[in-house]
Each structure stands twice: as C-alpha cells, then as structure tokens.
Design a binder for this molecule. Structure first.
Ligand code: KG4
Ligand code: ZN
Length: 335
C-alpha cells in the first residue's frame, strides 16, 4: 500500500511517498527558512501562504521521482497537529481534499509521533520498548515507548526547548535564524573548555530539563568578554547542552532498565550530540538509533510512515477535516 505524506506544521513543506512493502519511495522538503530569516522567526501567515504555493509542485516532484501517478496512491496522511493552526490547515485541507477526490482514506498524524517513529525508517530498526529523546525546536521530552501509540512521558523541559536554546543562542552570536546548524558548525571549531557554562538541572534528580538560563549565561559572557571569542562560546554552549541531554538519557535508561535509546527531532542532527551518545553507548553497552540525517528535521516521510501504522483502511475521506494546534502526545491511543 502506498501513502502520500503531507507535513506543513511549521516552516517546512514536506511531501513523501511511502510503500508499506518497499519502504520510502521519494521525499522532498521545501524549507521556508530564507523567507522567515529577516524577521528572526517564523511568521505564521507567511508560512501558511507559502505552504499553499508548495504542496502541489512538491507532490508532482515526489510522484515523478517514484515514477508513480495519483491513481497509484492508496491513502493520504497529513500532520493534524500540533503546530501553527494556519499552516496545519493548508496541509490538512490539501490532503483531505485529495483523498476525497480520489476516494481514498485520509489519516491525521501527530507530528511528534512522526518524529518519534522516524528512526524506524533507518536500518537497523530499534525493537520496542525503547527510551526516546525528542529534541526539536519546540520540544524536549524523554519518553518510554512501549509500542506504537503507547508513550509515557518521563521528563521534559520546564522552559525553552533544546532547539530553541540553540536558535536563541545563535541569534546572540549573530548567526541568524534558525541558528542551530550554524552554531553547531562554529562550535566544532572552538574550545569547549575555555568558558565553563552552567549545566541546568543536571543534578535535579528527575528527568526534566531547563535551557533558558544557558542563553542568559551566554549573554552575560558576551557582555563581559572584550574580545569576542564566538567559536569558544559556541563550543561551551554546545558542550553544556550535550552534557545535560546525555546525562538525562543515561538516567532514563538506568531507571527503566531498558537498553535501547532512540533520538528524534531536529537537534538529533547535531554531530557533537551523536558523537557523545555513540561513545556512551559503546562504553555502557546500550544501543542508540537515529533517523537518517535528512529525516531529523521536519519532513513528509515520517508522516507517511506514522500514517501507515495508524491507517483505518475502511474509512475513505468524506472531505471533512480538523486540525489540532495543541495536542498532547501522551493522549494518543495504541494501534
Ligand atoms: O524537528 P525540527 O525540524 O522542527 C520542529 O518540529 O521544531 O527541529 C528544528 C530545530 C531548530 O531549532 C534547529 O535549530 C535545530 O532543530 N537543529 C539543530 C541542528 N540541526 C537542526 N540544532 C543543533 N545542531 C544541529 N545540527
Ligand atoms: Zn518537528
């Protein structure tokens, strides 16, 4: 069975074709980063309008790459939430209209479930149960994943998300928006030991995180330092984030007695984080799994994949749809 996946929850339009027999057939993403950069953040109305411009050309592109036609589709999956209401509405309206026109079922997918299951698109695939660290621009959560739809929240950030901390710190360092990848690149050229930044909540005894203080520490440092050592500050910041994320992952593995760790979300692309977790895994004897690098950030492939697992085969779309801008992952039900 072949699904078209449609992602439009924030500032990436992602389309993909997933075949339950053959795996991922094609995927394409248009990032709106350049469009939002001059505003220093995502402008919701601009995001919605741009999704409208991109969905059809991107659909044609993935169909072309896979050598398929609309008539070959068996279902359409779309991100139903959480995210920006207007942006979600574009993808949902498009997906449900297309499904209704083709007489196919449409399936609404939880964006974070898509991220969480995206490591299953790579080989080797992790078996259930596992601990998942979800680190994106909007979320930082540790979860125990028992099966598809059975997610227990173990801990989360009490303020900024890890990706948000990367982006805000990058902005302080004059690296533009969203600065996560640029900061990470700069950090790799700096000395992480020159500036010792705080490790917020490292010893809090729970599995929660806090990142807003780190950004303030960077700001203080920037005001104090006569000669701006941007690379060293970036390296110090990245080391602090990696330390905290790794420590909490290890604690979650230990407390749960599990030996599999899955990393998902945009910050999962961070090289230093991967290096550190790989080292810890080798030393302590657990296994760590990542999505393919290009599927760490928002994409349609993870939506098509999660959609395939959640599809109700007997329910062709009647064209009606709704979005859920706020939607708790733990409220999902098992398949
Ligand atoms: O999962 P994602 O694409 O979107 C959300 O659903 O939030 O994650 C985007 C976030 C951004 O904050 C971005 O700066 C961060 O992931 N990010 C990175 C890296 N690549 C993306 N942060 C650190 N290092 C990276 N290499
Ligand atoms: Zn995301």
């Amino acid at each position: 069975m072949i699904l078209l996946g449609v992602e439009s929850s924030c500032d990436e339009t992602g389309l993909a074709l997933f075949d339950t027999e053959r795996g991922l057939l094609a995927h394409a993403v248009h990032s709106q980063v350049a469009m939002h950069a001059e505003y220093g953040g995502v402008v919701p109305e601009l995001a919605s309008r741009d999704h409208i411009r991109r969905v059809i050309p991107l659909t044609r592109r993935v169909l072309g790459e896979a050598g398929l036609e609309l008539a070959d589709l068996d279902a359409v999956a779309y991100t139903q939430g959480p995210g920006l209401a207007g942006a979600l509405l574009v993808g949902a309206a498009y997906a449900c209209a297309l499904a209704a026109a083709l007489g196919l079922p449409a399936v609404g997918v939880h964006h974070l479930e898509g991220h969480l299951l995206s490591p299953l698109l790579a080989e080797p695939r992790p078996d259930f149960p596992f601990i998942a660290l979800l680190v994106s621009g909007g979320h930082t959560q540790l979860m125990r994943v028992e099966a598809v739809g059975r997610y227990e929240l173990l801990g989360e950030t009490v303020d900024d998300a890890a990706g948000e901390a990367f982006d805000k710190t990058a902005q302080l360092l004059g690296l533009g928006y969203p600065g996560g990848p640029a900061l990470s690149k700069l950090a790799d050229t700096g000395d992480p030991r020159r500036f010792k930044l705080p490790r917020p909540m490292l010893h809090s005894g729970d599995l929660d995180f806090s990142f807003s203080g780190l950004k303030t520490a960077v700001l203080t440092l920037l005001r104090k330092e006569a000669e701006i050592a941007r690379a060293d500050i970036a390296a110090g910041f990245q080391a602090a984030v990696v330390d905290v994320l790794a420590a909490k992952c290890l604690a979650a593995l230990q407390q749960s007695g599990l030996h599999r760790l899955v990393i998902a979300g945009g910050v999962g692309a961070n090289r230093a984080l991967r290096q550190r977790l790989n080292d810890e895994a080798a030393r302590r004897g657990f296994a760590v799994y990542y999505p393919p690098l290009e599927l760490c950030t928002d994409n349609g492939a993870m939506i098509a994949y999660a959609g395939a697992l959640r599809l109700n085969h007997d329910a062709p779309s009647d064209g009606r749809f709704g979005v859920r801008p706020r939607w708790e992952l733990s409220s999902l039900e098992a398949t």
